[in-house]
Structure formats: C-alpha cells, structure tokens
Design a protein around this ligand. Structure first.
Ligand SMILES: Nc1ncnc2c1ncn2[C@@H]1O[C@H](COP(=O)(O)OP(=O)(O)OP(=O)(O)O)[C@@H](O)[C@H]1O
Length: 500
C-alpha cells in the first residue's frame, strides 16, 4: 500500500440472504482523489459504500485504512476513522431539530450533567454551514415537513462536521437544484485541495466525467472497470455498465409544441402560504408542461398542490370539466397520478411489499363484479409491473426497504401504469434511475402524450424538461417568472438567465 493510498479494499463479499450484492470487490482510493462509482440500479453501489461507512458488515474480504485493518461495526466507528457518508435514503430523524440531527450520536461534547447545551451546539453547527458555504437551514427547526433538498443539506452538514478524510456521497446531486449542485462541486474541489478523498455515486454520466478523477464501474455486484476519467468517455462507461452499446438520444426529436386545445387541468391563482404565490396555468390534452427553478422557486410544491395535498390560501385547481380537486381522494377519483420526488416519505409504504405498493392505486379497478378483489389479480398486476420495469427483486412479496433506490423509484412510477389516467404529475421521475430505465421512462412519457394524457413534469434536470416539455414554466421565489414554448428560446442558457 503506497503512502498515497488512504483506503484499500480486497476481495470484499456481501450477501443479503440469496442476493450476492458485492462479489470479490477490489478498490483503491488515493488521498485527494475524487472517485466516481457507477452501475445499473441494483448493481451493489450503495451496499459497497455502506460497508465502508459501517452501516453493514462485510461477509468476506478486507479493508485497509491508512495501512491498518479496518472493519467498522457502526457508522459512529467509521466516523471515528474519519469516514462519513451521505446516504441515498434519508438519514435524518424527523422529530428532532436540525442542530441535534447534525450531531446525533455525538452529543456528549455538548452535554454536561445530562443536559445538552443547545446554544453551544447551534453555534458549532452554524460554523459548519459557514465553513462549507452551505445554504442556510433553520438550525432550531424540526426536520418534519422539510423538503428533500434541505434534508440532504443537513445530512451533508452532519458528514462534514466530522471533518472527514473520506466523504461518501450516495446520489446526493439528483436531490439538489442547480445552485446547490454547483455549491457541492465547489465543496468537493475544496476537499480535494485539502488532500481529502471523496467517493461519489451518480447516475449522471456527464456529471461524473466532469467531477471525478477516476471511475469504478460495478455490474451485478462485481467491479467490471476501473479507469482514469481523463482516459474514458460516456459511451465507454455505458458499455461497461450494461455490457452492450446504448448510445443515442432518448428525448423528443421534435422542436414544436404539439398538443390539443382541450384544457384537462386548470390552476387558478393558487397561493400556498410560504410556498406559492398567485400561480395560474392550464395543461392540455397530450401536453407535457414542464416546471423548473432554483431551490426556493417552489417547483416541488406545484405537484403536491395540484394533487390536493397542500392547504390553499386562495385559488383553485379544477379539471377541464369543472370538478374541483380539493384533496388526494378527489385527485385519485379523477384519474390523476402523482409521483413525488420524496418517494420514501410521500409515496411508498416502505415496510410493505412490492405487491402492496403496486396495487394500492388500482384497488378499485381490480375489484371483480362481486366487489371483491381476487388475489390472482393482485399478483398479476404486480408481476406485470415488475416485468415491464425490470424491477430487480427476489419476488413481488419482497419488502420495499430491501430494494435498491432506483428499483424503489421504478415501483413509485410503475404503480400508476395500470390506471386509466387523465393527468400525470411527475416530480423528478428519473431521480436515482440508471440510464436504461431513464430511456424507458421517457418512452412512457411519450406514449402518455400520444394517448392524450396531460403531464406536469417538475424537474431539477434542465436537460430533462428541455428534452421533453411542450411548454416550460420557469419559477422564482414561489412565483411564475416566464413561460417558454418549445419553439421559442428553448435552451439551457435562456432558461438559466430567467431562473437566477
Ligand atoms: N437491506 C437489504 N436487504 C436485502 N437486499 C438488499 C438490501 N439492501 C440491498 N439489497 C439488494 O442488494 C442489491 C444491491 O443493492 P444496492 O442498493 O447496493 O444497489 P445500487 O447499485 O446502489 O442500486 P441503485 O442505483 O438503484 O441505488 C439489490 O439486489 C438489492 O435489492
């Protein structure tokens, strides 16, 4: 092991029951290196980082940290070895304040005679935010109800507060908006300059090529490639990931808006306190209406509100026929679907099975003439969803919490496919999915458009909304800034100018 090497992994294996999640993994991480880790959904990336971070123990093999054997029994032990991870699933405790979450498990340093000195803790947490130029989050506020982006920033602050020599980032960028993504890249460069190391998982190959020094590719739990970033290309990485060529475009090829005049859903002057201010728009039959904006723009409140999940201060959401959507049961009855960004907290029953999650929105449709639901129908529908979306699982009875993040997202989306939809509300639908599934999701959106479904596409990925939308509403500070049609200035540059 050279003096340059901080971590060496040799012959690592990890099993979850019958699933061989990591197979004979070898990996070397140097000081000051930013390493990208990539692979299809379920290829074992999170499992690998989780073992380095002390979340799981490995079954065979060894890890050597700074020349010494390393086998952390807990995340706290990993923290003591100066290793911290921002996990893919949300790792914060809802019913505790932000400040406490940052030092959770390490409150001793702020305690005397059983009481926590909250003032001292808050001051120390504020210093972490300042030192790393993190966007402010109210440190005394409870985590409950915070958006996914703020939650991720709290997790990042917690990881940085241990002053890590190795920072592990599991798909954090896809939870961040453009401005905070740029902050994160700056932060990674700063760590690199300090001689610290980062392992970052992202499904965005272009992003990985831009930010990493080296890239390790996993397929079915095994390392199939380990390359210098400067010596590879996006196509080569994709080839290593899936074992075949998958180049080509997956967005729309046309450059004009193309939809019927028929209004399917109308939002009139909606205001949600602290989130949205006087928003009005129509979505038409066969239209994809995009929403984009920076972190405080309010785009992620749009989906919730349209689906009847926010308390309106004023205004209304109605279908073209006049039916008002006042709550989620109204939306479900009116054949609307909502795929939220925060799948674990807002969409999925995480401790229930794939079958229970897949069938819930379609229970009405699954009733026979007797009014009873046949178990065979439940099974058939779930098996079809698993098959169509290639969900990697041991079977339809597997619990959601045993699925990889991307496979959870496939269930989040796939459970709506069996319904006859009028309106489809998608908030970051490709968050956490690999390149192959991304392509499939875009083909589903194109099919939905051809079938006359009105789609609202909210996204932090500019290329995604530009690639798919007929019209794009750019938002800023909870208000609509500008609506741009597909045949107008539909470029990243012109949209960013309006966003900032
Ligand atoms: N706690 C668990 N119990 C059972 N199986 C698990 C558990 N965690 C992961 N697995 C399985 O291990 C395999 C690898 O999962 P992992 O989460 O490491 O994949 P990944 O490459 O990070 O995927 P993604 O890109 O979707 O996040 C998958 O088949 C997954 O279902």
């Amino acid at each position: 092991m050279s003096a340059e090497t901080i971590l060496e992994i040799k012959g690592l294996h990890k099993y979850f029951g019958p699933t061989h999640a990591n197979k004979n993994v070898n990996l070397t991480l140097r000081k000051g290196e930013i390493k990208g880790l990539i692979g299809e959904n379920g290829s074992g990336k999170s499992t690998l980082l989780s073992q380095i971070a002390g979340i799981y123990k490995y079954d065979a093999g060894e890890m050597i940290l700074n020349g010494k054997a390393y086998a952390p029994a807990s995340p706290l032990e990993a923290n003591n070895g100066k290793i911290a991870m921002v996990t893919q699933e949300l790792g914060v405790v809802d019913k505790l304040p932000v400040g406490i979450n940052i030092f959770l498990g390490r409150l001793n340093r702020f305690s005397s005679r059983g009481a926590v000195n909250v003032k001292k803790l808050t001051k120390t947490a504020a210093r972490v935010f300042e030192e790393w130029n993190l966007p402010p989050v109210p440190l005394g506020a409870m985590m409950t109800g915070m958006m996914i982006e703020q939650r991720k920033i709290v997790e990042l602050a917690r990881a940085l507060s241990i002053e890590p020599d190795i920072l592990l980032l599991d798909e954090i960028t896809q939870s961040l908006s453009l401005n905070n993504r740029n902050n994160l890249y700056g932060l990674m460069s700063k760590l690199k300059q300090m001689g610290k190391s980062v392992i970052v998982i992202t499904h965005d190959i272009e992003e990985m090529l831009a930010i990493s020094d080296s890239i390790t590719v996993l397929r079915d739990g095994a390392v199939v490639g380990d390359v210098k970033t400067s010596e590879t290309t996006a196509d080569k990485i994709r080839y290593m990931m899936v074992g075949r060529d998958i180049s080509g475009d997956y967005y729309r090829a046309d450059h004009k808006p193309d939809y019927s005049d028929e209004v399917v859903l109308r939002a009139d002057n909606i205001t949600v306190s602290g989130e949205l201010e006087d928003i009005s728009f129509d979505v038409h039959k066969g239209e994809i209406l995009g929403f984009c904006g920076l972190s405080d723009s309010g785009i992620h409140s749009i989906g919730k509100t349209v689906y009847g999940l926010s308390k309106l201060k004023s205004g209304s959401v109605r279908l073209g026929g006049g039916e008002e959507i006042k709550n989620a049961p109204d939306a479900l009855r009116c054949n609307m679907a909502y795929v939220p960004k925060d799948r674990d907290n807002e969409a999925l029953m995480i401790h229930a099975s794939i079958q229970e999650n897949c069938t819930l929105p379609s229970l009405d449709k699954l009733k026979g003439t007797s009014g009873l639901i046949s178990p065979a129908n439940l099974k058939r529908l779930s098996a079809e969803t698993v098959d169509k979306l290639s969900i990697k699982c041991t079977g339809i009875n597997q619990s959601m919490d045993a699925l990889s993040g991307g496979n959870k997202q496939k269930v989040n989306l796939g459970r709506w496919l069996a319904k006859d939809l009028k309106v489809l509300v998608l908030d970051c639908p490709t968050r956490g999915v690999d390149v192959g599934v991304k392509r499939y999701i875009y083909s589903l959106m194109k099919q939905a458009k051809a079938d006359g479904i009105a789609t609202i596409l909210i996204s932090d990925e500019l290329t995604e909304v530009l690639g798919m939308a007929d019209r794009l509403i750019v938002m800023k500070d909870g208000r609509m800034s500008k609506t741009i049609r597909r045949d107008e200035e539909f470029t990243e540059h012109s949209v960013i100018e309006v966003m900032i």
